[in-house]
Design a protein around this ligand. Structure first.
Ligand SMILES: O=C(O)CCC(=O)C(=O)O
Length: 204
C-alpha cells in the first residue's frame, strides 16, 4: 500500500457483488445533504449474509495489503446519481480506524486520491467500475502523521453508481483507548452511528 490507499481491480467475487446488489434492495436510502455525497443506507452488520461475508472478505484483503486487524463493524451502501452530488477531497472521520473498504457494485464514476483538500492537488485519478475494491487507510492517533488519504468521488456521468463500504468505528465494542483523542462532537457522531439501526425499508 502506498500513499495510504490500494486499488484491487480483480478478485472480489462476482457472486458476492451480486448478492450485495440484491441485499441493497432491502434498505431505504437517505439523502443526508442536498449538496454533498450520495444517498446512504446503513446495513445490517451482524446477520449472516452478503454484508457479513463481504466484510470478512475485505478484512482479509486489507490484511494482505498491510492493514492487519481490520475488524469492520459498520457496513453501508451509497447510491449516487448522474447530475447529483459527489464528495470533494476529504478524509474520513477520525473515528474510523485501520481501513475503509469501498466496493463499486454498479455504475462507474471518477475516484481520485488527493495530497490535500485542494481540488487541483491530484495524486491519482481513475474510473472506478463494478467489482473494484478501494482500500483507504483509517485514522491512528499518531501526533506526527495522519495516514488517511484525501479522496474525492464524482457523481456518475450517467445513470447511478451503487457502492458498498465497510468501516471500523472505534466507538463500537470493544472499547478503544483511542477514543480519548476524539472531540466531543466526534464522539457524539461515532456513538450515534453505533446505536443506529439498519435503514430497512418498511414492509409493504
Ligand atoms: O463513494 C465512494 O467511493 C467514496 C465515498 C466516500 O469517500 C465517503 O463516504 O466518505
Amino acid at each position: 500500500m502506498q500513499n495510504g490507499y490500494a486499488v484491487l481491480r480483480t478478485g472480489f467475487p462476482t457472486a458476492l457483488a451480486d448478492a450485495l446488489v440484491a441485499d441493497a434492495q432491502r434498505y431505504e436510502f437517505r439523502l443526508w445533504s442536498q449538496r454533498k455525497g450520495g444517498a446512504l443506507a446503513l446495513a445490517a452488520r451482524d446477520e449472516p449474509g452478503a454484508t457479513r461475508d463481504a466484510a470478512a472478505w475485505l478484512a482479509r484483503a486489507a490484511a494482505e495489503h498491510g492493514l492487519p486487524g481490520f475488524a469492520p463493524n459498520e457496513v453501508s451502501y451509497q447510491r449516487y446519481t448522474a447530475g447529483g452530488n459527489g464528495l470533494p477531497p476529504h478524509r474520513d472521520q477520525r473515528y474510523y480506524a485501520t481501513c475503509i473498504a469501498i466496493v463499486t457494485l454498479r455504475g462507474s464514476a471518477t475516484f481520485a486520491v488527493h495530497a490535500s483538500r485542494d481540488p487541483d492537488d491530484v495524486v491519482d485519478q481513475w474510473t472506478t467500475v463494478p467489482g473494484e475494491v478501494i482500500l483507504l487507510r483509517g485514522w491512528t492517533p499518531d501526533p506526527d502523521t495522519d495516514p488517511r488519504p484525501y479522496h474525492r468521488i464524482d457523481p456518475p456521468v450517467s445513470g447511478e453508481r451503487l457502492m458498498f463500504q465497510a468501516r471500523q468505528n472505534i466507538a463500537g465494542p470493544p472499547r478503544s483507548p483511542w477514543l480519548e483523542h476524539l472531540t466531543t462532537e466526534e464522539l457524539r457522531q461515532a456513538a450515534r452511528l453505533v446505536e443506529s439501526q439498519p435503514y430497512l425499508r418498511p414492509a409493504e
